[in-house]
Ligand binder design. Structure first.
Ligand code: HSE
Length: 311
């Protein structure tokens, strides 16, 4: 085998109540990475498509290369590889763009080496890449992009990652307004400490959300989609946030929140039926404030990243 191409899906991190500890993968979009063996040692980024010329090609900065290098360091043998990235995800969108690139690169490179690592064991390498991309080694995008479904990061030290059930019929609508918000900027507005009462509220909601997934209780999921830690500080960076939320709830959403660090907003619904109406209600608001928006409809992706092609 000389070359492997892999796909990794977009993700919604935080899911309102689970800042840095909860995320899920979506079916609608993702990134593609092809990794080929090269004669000379070392990694080289040989092509990047659909990024508008914005992503770095240097191996110390490119998330695909950083992730593969971390994997090779652990593998204990430096194998030369060429890396080609095709972005399916917009940059700085809050849909786990850097995570999908790193995860697809890892899945492809691991297969090229003969799968020495189990899928879940690729996660620490993806976190190294995430840290290089945005300054914080959060796993709530990379873990669901790799593993699919809803994923809980119970602890980071040591890493303890738990796959959660996906209730039948749970559906996601994504609203991606036409502007970029970098995760590092969106993290810089957060506070270092939170009041005790907010910790209580947030713990109750994240526990309630997870119970809702296990019990397939859409009412409980809906009641638990509340964030008092990050959303109040980030909502001001996203024009129309509160108006869109009201409109979506009125149109039947279980809840709406910021997808990861934004500016994309996500809404969950029971089934796909209400999603068109929800999107229409949101589009009217974006139109009124003069902001373009892309709407994506998606079931929850339960498989995560996978190999597309081997040559
Ligand atoms: N948990 C991260 C954050 C996700 O909210 O900053 C970034 O996509």
């Amino acid at each position: 085998m000389k070359s492997v191409k892999a796909f990794a899906p977009a993700t919604v991190a935080n899911v309102s109540c689970g800042f840095d500890i909860l995320g899920f993968a979506i079916d609608a979009m993702g990134d593609y990475v092809e990794v080929s063996l090269r004669d000379k040692p070392g990694l080289k980024v040989i092509s990047i498509e659909e990024d508008g010329g914005k992503l770095p090609w240097e191996v110390e900065k490119n998330t695909c290369a950083v992730a593969i290098q971390a994997m090779l360091d652990s593998f204990g043998k430096q194998v030369g590889m060429d890396i080609s990235l095709r972005k399916g995800l917009p940059l700085g969108s809050g849909m786990g763009s850097s995570a999908a690139s790193a995860v697809a690169a890892l899945v492809a490179a691991n297969r090229l080496l003969g799968d020495p690592f189990e899928k879940k064991d690729l996660l620490p390498f993806a976190i190294v890449a995430e840290k290089a991309a945005c300054g914080a080694g959060h796993a709530d995008n990379v873990a669901p992009s790799l593993l699919g479904g809803f994923v809980l990061i119970r602890d980071y030290h040591p890493l303890d990652v738990i796959k959660l059930p996906v209730p039948e019929g749970l559906y996601c609508t994504l609203l991606h307004p036409h502007f970029q918000l970098n995760t590092s900027d969106s993290r810089s507005v957060l506070r270092d400490s939170i009041p005790l009462k907010h910790s209580t509220i947030q713990s109750g909601n994240v526990a309630g959300f997870i119970a809702g997934l296990y019990q397939q209780d859409f009412g409980l999921i809906s009641r638990s989609m509340r964030d008092v830690i990050a959303e109040p500080y980030r909502a001001v960076l996203i024009p129309g946030f509160y108006e869109v939320r009201e409109a979506l709830k009125g149109a039947g959403a279980l809840g709406m929140g910021i997808s990861g660090s934004g500016p994309t907003l996500f809404a969950l619904s029971e089934g796909a039926d209400k999603s068109k109406e929800m999107a229409k209600a949101a589009e009217e608001i974006y139109q009124a404030i003069g902001l373009g928006v892309d709407v994506h409809f998606s079931a929850i992706n339960t498989v995560g990243a996978y190999v597309l092609e081997e040559k």
